[in-house]
Design a protein around this ligand. Structure first.
Ligand SMILES: [Zn+2]
Length: 113
């Protein structure tokens, strides 16, 4: 008898991602302050002071992306970003661009303190 992990229930918005809340500081691509990953981690560029307003705002924004992963609206693989069932090639995509629908949605979800 083996144990099986329950599959993620994407209708349950309270369910956490495996590493949700884990913040990792590392060197990110030029111009990138923070990144959300669908395992629940948020990476912050090592040159950004984690206690700064800039970092706080970036984390709030990335938390909105985690919510999108969790509710199934947003997904990605090496080549595509998937948003509400549509796929967007990542090649030549400016991934943080504000006009992208998941960025607009994340902005709307971000609490501006
Ligand atoms: Zn974003």
């Amino acid at each position: 008898m083996a144990f099986k992990m329950a599959p993620p229930d994407f209708n349950n918005k309270d369910q956490s991602l495996p590493n949700e809340g884990t913040i990792i500081r590392e060197e990110l691509e030029e111009g990138v302050v923070a990144e959300a990953h669908k395992d629940g981690t948020i990476k912050i560029d090592k040159d950004v002071d984690p206690n700064s307003k800039k970092a706080k705002h970036a984390i709030d924004h990335e938390l909105a992306h985690l919510e999108q992963f969790r509710n199934g609206d947003l997904d990605y693989n090496e080549h595509y970003v998937f948003w509400k069932g549509k796929k967007y090639p990542r090649k030549n995509m400016d991934e943080g661009a504000h006009h992208l629908p998941w960025e607009k949605d994340a902005e709307n979800k971000t609490k501006h303190a």
